[in-house]
Design a protein around this ligand. Structure first.
Ligand SMILES: Nc1ncnc2c1ncn2[C@@H]1O[C@H](COP(=O)(O)OP(=O)(O)OP(=O)(O)O)[C@@H](O)[C@H]1O
Ligand SMILES: [Mg+2]
Length: 227
């Protein structure tokens, strides 16, 4: 069995803007093992979001490649990439990105519906996840009726709904007060240790990064262990 979920090989993403080339991600070799919890820190513009988007197959590299469970993703068609994202990866963003017209419960059920999970099973799992997040009393709330910390917990429940192998979190605590920040960091820690889900967490906050097993530094599109 392959214990690596993701392996990047000389992964690069160059953006061309006018006559300028921006090497947002520059020949990155990174491995994420099953159940691993990695954090990435680095200055604004160093390529962290671009790297997450490549690993999550939301964007395609201009050089190098991403292997997902040993499989080269560069040859995959859009349809297969959609399926891979839906079933294997959970995304969490700074701005939560909940569907405003769906309740908390419906937001969590949604990805399972798309994946073809039976509706009773989806409903049960969504309730379980939300109760695990301490949100049993918020099931019928719309995103505008939730606090920032609650919104992020719903978003995390949604990211976990299809039991992903990997959670990609891009500054998930960026819009939260210090107490919610700590709660969300600890929640990611618990998800990792109790479900064995691998986590790749981008953060500017050293206090949040320290819940990870290992902190990597990204500078000018390149990645290295913290000195
Ligand atoms: N679609 C795009 N077109 C052109 N340039 C882009 C695009 N996306 C990102 N960039 C550039 O690539 C570089 C890396 O951007 P990225 O968003 O990955 O940085 P980041 O490390 O996530 O920064 P932050 O901490 O501010 O979120 C930046 O210089 C940015 O301007
Ligand atoms: Mg970013």
């Amino acid at each position: 069995m392959n214990s690596k979920i993701v392996e990047t090989e000389k992964l690069s993403r160059v953006f061309v803007v006018g006559s300028e080339e921006i090497r947002a991600v520059d020949r990155v070799d990174l491995t994420i093992a099953k159940g691993e919890f990695l954090a990435i820190m680095g200055p604004s513009g160093s390529g962290k979001t671009t790297l997450l988007n490549l690993i999550g197959c939301l964007d395609r590299p201009t050089g190098g490649r991403v292997l997902f469970e040993g499989r080269d993703t560069s040859g995959l068609r859009e349809k297969d990439l959609d399926l891979l994202r839906l079933k294997k990866v959970g995304f969490i963003f700074q701005t939560f990105n909940l569907f405003p017209t769906l309740t908390a419960l419906e937001n969590v059920i949604f990805p399972m519906m798309i994946a073809g999970t039976a509706s009773r099973q989806g409903d049960r799992r969504a309730r379980e996840l939300l109760s695990w997040m301490g949100l049993s009393r918020r099931l019928g709330h719309y995103p505008r009726q939730l606090s920032a910390g609650e919104s992020q917990r719903v978003a995390i429940a949604r990211a976990l709904s299809n039991e992903p192998l990997l959670v990609l979190a891009d500054e998930p605590t960026g819009n939260l007060d210090s107490r919610s920040k700590e709660e969300i960091a600890m929640l990611l820690r618990r998800i990792n240790s109790e479900y064995g889900t691998a986590v790749l967490l981008v953060t500017h906050d050293p206090g949040v990064a320290k819940v990870a097993d290992k902190v990597l530094r990204m500078i000018d599109g390149r990645i290295g262990d913290r000195p």
